[in-house]
Write a protein that binds this ligand. Structure first.
Ligand SMILES: Cc1cn([C@H]2C[C@H](O)[C@@H](COP(=O)(O)OP(=O)(O)O[C@H]3O[C@H](CO)[C@@H](O)[C@H](O)[C@H]3O)O2)c(=O)[nH]c1=O
Length: 346
């Protein structure tokens, strides 16, 4: 039986991971530690409310004494670290919380784990969830990112994640902390805060609002269904080599404009009477400053070494996602008040 600490477990990927974990490891205990910022939401774990295997603790990963005592109190042997400020546009408007949470917060967790696991680290794991954005941007002719692609982060968000990745590796090389790092591509699926492209487009289209496409919409993103990501994290936790990095992606490169169009088509097939309307809502708006043109992940290593394969394809994953947002209007409408970002289109 494992004792997991899931930081950011009330966020999008974190909460999907908690649901995934209990489905596949019903005997384990999970402590969710989450600051409940605008993007964290206890409703994401509502179906687990009252479950004795789960403890929810509201708190900040920068709070060193709290983190230290939680590790000890709960006899944590596995840290899965999702907690992060994650939205690129917000990092452009206000980078400070990104530096604080993503770099300092990761440092606090590493240091607490090092102290707590000092004498008995053999069965322990610290898995750091990171992003492909640390590698920078690709030209159309470039091969996808591999685990050996040099780091060239461009946004304050990406730079803060790059800093945290380096700290994690330093704790392995310097102290032998049993760390693993994953770098994933763009996620989509249930419970994603509707500031990110796919849920933003779905929810705005449902409400008949304009669908903002930055610049020319020809930027490329490599979409990963969140449950496939959770399965990848499980594979790395269980079979990954300590100190190593695994890229998680599905070779699913899509231009933003095509992704937005696909969402409109799926909505049109569900609401045929509004089919024409959805695409007409697409509006080109000012581009994101320093916008990375293309991300693409080469998942060969995790496939070859850990036998991981994605289950979902983009069309079915996107349809499931659209249906989830239709069925869970109350969930995202309640978040509207927190969506205060007005960058760049207003
Ligand atoms: C919000 C928004 C986004 N976009 C564009 C910008 C990007 O090219 C693409 C996806 O934007 P976002 O959903 O903000 O995601 P992106 O910047 O790629 O970053 C995401 O994916 C990363 C992994 O690649 C994660 O590390 C980040 O935490 C996550 O936010 O869509 C638009 O054209 N219009 C929009 O309104």
């Amino acid at each position: 039986m494992k004792h997991l600490l899931v930081t950011g477990g009330a966020g999008f990927i974190g909460s999907n991971f908690v649901h995934y974990w209990f489905t596949h490891h019903p005997e384990d205990r999970v402590v969710v530690f989450d600051k409940l910022t605008y993007a964290g939401n206890r409703a994401n774990l509502e179906t687990l409310e009252g479950d004795p295997r789960l403890r929810f603790v509201a708190g900040d990963i920068c709070d060193a004494p709290r983190v230290q005592s939680l590790l000890e109190e709960e006899r944590i042997d596995t840290v899965v670290h999702f907690a992060a400020e994650s939205h690129v546009d917000r990092s452009i408007v206000g980078p400070e919380p990104f530096i604080e949470t993503n770099i300092r917060g990761t440092f606090v967790l590493l240091e607490a784990s090092r102290r707590y696991w000092e004498d008995e680290a053999s069965d322990c794991r610290f898995l750091h969830v990171s992003t492909d954005e640390v590698y920078g941007t690709l030209a159309p002719e470039d091969p996808p990112f591999t685990e050996t692609t040099p780091y060239r982060p461009n946004s304050p968000y990406a730079a803060s994640k790059a800093g945290s990745d380096h700290l994690v590796r330093a704790y392995y090389h310097t102290y032998g902390l049993p760390v693993l790092t994953t770098n994933c591509s763009n996620n989509y699926g249930p419970y994603q805060f509707p500031e990110k492209l796919i849920p933003l487009i779905i929810t705005r289209a449902l409400e008949g609002q304009s669908l903002p496409v930055y610049g020319d919409g020809q930027q490329v993103r490599d979409w990963l269904y969140v449950e496939d990501h959770c399965r990848g994290i499980e594979a790395v936790l269980e079979r990954g080599q300590l100190g190593e990095t695994y890229n998680i992606g599905t070779r699913n490169e899509q231009r933003n404009l095509e992704t937005v169009g696909l969402v409109c088509d799926i909505l049109g097939s569900i609401y045929p009477e509004r089919a024409e309307q959805f695409r007409s809502l697409i509006t080109f708006v000012t581009d994101r400053p320093g916008h990375d043109r293309r991300y693409a992940i080469d998942p060969a290593r995790i496939e070859r070494e850990l036998d991981w394969r994605p289950v979902e394809n983009f069309e079915t994953g996107l349809r499931k996602t659209v249906e989830w947002y239709i069925e869970n209007r109350a969930w995202w409408q309640a978040l509207r008040a927190r969506q205060t970002l007005t960058f760049p289109s207003g």
